[in-house]
Design a protein around this ligand. Structure first.
Ligand code: DX5
Ligand code: ZN
Length: 217
């Protein structure tokens, strides 16, 4: 099995000291900085947008993994590229013309990723998986940090692993929501490559050590 990648979600960072938290991630073994953009329409919460991402990018030494929980993402693809995104994730449920959206993300020079909500089945990606650099499986309903992990996610990861091994082995499987040492270990066993963790990292006494241990689950 290849290296497990860890993406701390700054949704749970201290926004009065965001610079410190970005420096912490810079000095950690984390692979990406996960940025959760919420519009209050696709999800029942509003987080932050392009100006914050531009500021994060100025000091970040890790690639920005930007998770768009917004309707009509197409109109912002270029803007997120300019703001500094390396990976751009859009939701299956928010994109009626997903093939076009994914191609626009790749043409803009970013890795393209599609996210599935907990109720959206993996097989919907069957005819499309070869186009993707990453699939993000939500293991909570998107909108908030600190929620309880949905157990059915393990089964979804196993199904997705099978599909990816058959059709696009280099595509990554990222999981987001309720990740800790226990859920993280089971997700990796099921076939996940990338673990997003918000409250588990930023709520820890020692976030650096938590990131280190998550990479070893
Ligand atoms: C939820 C976000 C997550 C969130 C995860 O909608 O997409 O990235 O920050 O938070 P935890 O790890 O606390 O469940
Ligand atoms: Zn996220």
């Amino acid at each position: 099995m290849s290296e497990i990648l860890v993406a701390p979600s700054i949704l749970s960072a201290d926004f009065n000291n965001l610079g410190n938290d970005i420096q912490m991630i810079n000095s950690s073994e984390a692979n990406y900085i996960h940025c959760d953009v919420m519009d209050g329409v696709f999800v029942p919460n509003i987080s932050f947008g392009i100006p914050i991402i531009e500021h994060v990018k100025k000091i970040a030494t890790k690639p920005l993994d930007v998770h768009l929980m917004i309707v009509n993402p197409d109109q912002y693809i270029e803007k997120f590229k300019k703001a500094g995104a390396s990976i751009l994730t859009v939701h299956y449920e928010a994109c009626p013309h997903l093939h076009r959206t994914v191609n626009q993300i790749k043409q803009a020079g970013m890795k393209a990723s599609v996210c599935l909500n907990p109720h959206t089945p993996v097989h919907l990606l069957e005819d499309f998986i070869s186009e993707l650099d990453m699939v993000l499986l939500m293991s909570v309903n998107p909108g908030f940090g600190g929620q309880i992990f949905i157990e059915n996610t393990y089964e979804k990861v196993r199904k997705l692993r099978k599909l990816i091994d058959q059709k696009n082995p280099s595509c990554l499987i990222e999981v987001d929501g309720g990740v800790n040492y226990e859920t993280g270990a089971k997700l990796v066993e099921a076939g996940a490559n990338v673990l997003v963790a918000g409250s588990f990292v930023f709520g820890a006494d020692d976030p650096l050590d938590t990131i280190h241990k998550l990479k070893l689950v």
